[in-house]
Design a protein around this ligand. Structure first.
Ligand code: FAD
Length: 280
């Protein structure tokens, strides 16, 4: 596959503070120079960042950025969801990352989450083909999945409901991704699946996220990162080499592009893109 065709997107989370919002303006302006296909903005569990995500997406849209909100039903009913989707449509948004999401911490078991395939169906039913729809995929399998095969069956259900492509949870073992793609092929999934790429910036946070999300950090990588302790310069150098090589392997084996979990930072993702020669 030629490198010209490799596309990439950047994900942000909505900052909670004014300082974070100001930093995000610089971050998105810098990352935009790399000419990503689009940016995306996450949605807090249970819709907890509804206004913040909507605010960032609409202001980015007004400034001419190509930007997609992440979205889940959370605790919303169909009317609230239709209203929110209408606001996105009116703001000129034409792409959504459609998710089930998680139950926010501290909200007991009363919240009944709506599966992502149902959200995709709902959006298609009410908005036709207006939105390009992305869904989540898990090469190392979603932590709550009944089984490997069931998780793929439900991914297929998201495509059958009308999803256009999937973005994966991050991973550091390319074989897990290649095997997953093979299994998706066998299940009749023929839409693009973009690897989610998490640059390595801080080992403690990465280990915490990975335990929560069911993403595996191979033992040798964990041991190497542990050995650097608080030496963040060494973590950055090792992480940049490791993740750049991972991306090269993925490109060599046909990955259509990447979705970067930027953690609202410029350099970690930008340096990988530069290493890959994807910046124009
Ligand atoms: P689903 O696809 O609905 O799957 C959830 C679980 O249920 C899986 O175990 C699956 O096997 C099973 N399942 C699926 N469909 C059915 C069905 N019809 N019947 C029975 N079982 C089923 N979280 C956020 O809170 N905000 C975000 O912005 C966010 N962005 C993300 C972006 C990406 C690219 C990824 C990979 C994840 C993101 N997440 C986000 C995390 C995601 O919300 C969680 O992983 C969540 O637990 C599952 O969401 P999903 O859309 O994958 O769920």
């Amino acid at each position: 596959m030629s490198e010209e065709k490799i596309q990439f997107s950047f994900e942000f989370f909505p900052p909670k503070t004014e300082a974070g919002r100001e930093k995000l303006v610089t971050t998105r302006n810098e990352l935009n120079k790399l000419q990503p296909k689009y940016f995306s903005v996450t949605y807090g569990a249970g819709g907890s960042t509804r206004d913040n995500t909507l605010g960032i997406v609409t202001s980015m849209k007004n400034e001419g950025f190509n930007v997609a909100p992440h979205l889940s039903f959370g605790g919303d009913d169909e009317q609230s969801m239709l209203k929110l989707l209408g606001k996105y449509k009116n703001a000129g948004v034409d792409r959504i990352v459609a998710l089930r999401g998680d139950i926010p911490s501290g909200v007991g078991g009363s919240l009944q989450l709506i599966y992502a395939n149902e959200l995709v169906s709902f959006i298609r039913q009410h908005f036709g083909d207006h939105f390009k729809l992305a869904v989540a995929a898990y090469p190392e399998i979603h932590p709550e999945a009944e089984s490997y095969d069931k998780d793929i069956t439900y991914l297929k259900a998201k495509f059958d409901a009308g999803a256009d492509y999937a973005i994966t949870q991050y991973f550091y073992n390319p074989d897990a991704f290649f095997y997953f793609i093979e299994q998706c092929d066998k299940a009749g999934i023929n839409k693009p699946i973009y690897p989610g790429i998490m640059p390595i910036i801080n080992y403690k946070n990465l280990a915490r996220f990975s335990a929560n999300f069911g993403a595996d950090i191979p033992r040798w990588i964990a041991k190497r990162l542990e050995s650097y302790a608080d030496d963040s310069a060494s973590i950055h150098v090792f992480g940049l080499d490791l993740v750049s090589e991972l991306c090269e392997t993925l490109i060599d084996n046909g990955a259509p592009g990447f979705h970067f979990y930027t953690m609202n930072q410029v350099e970690p993702s930008a340096n990988i893109i530069k290493n890959l020669g994807l910046s124009s």
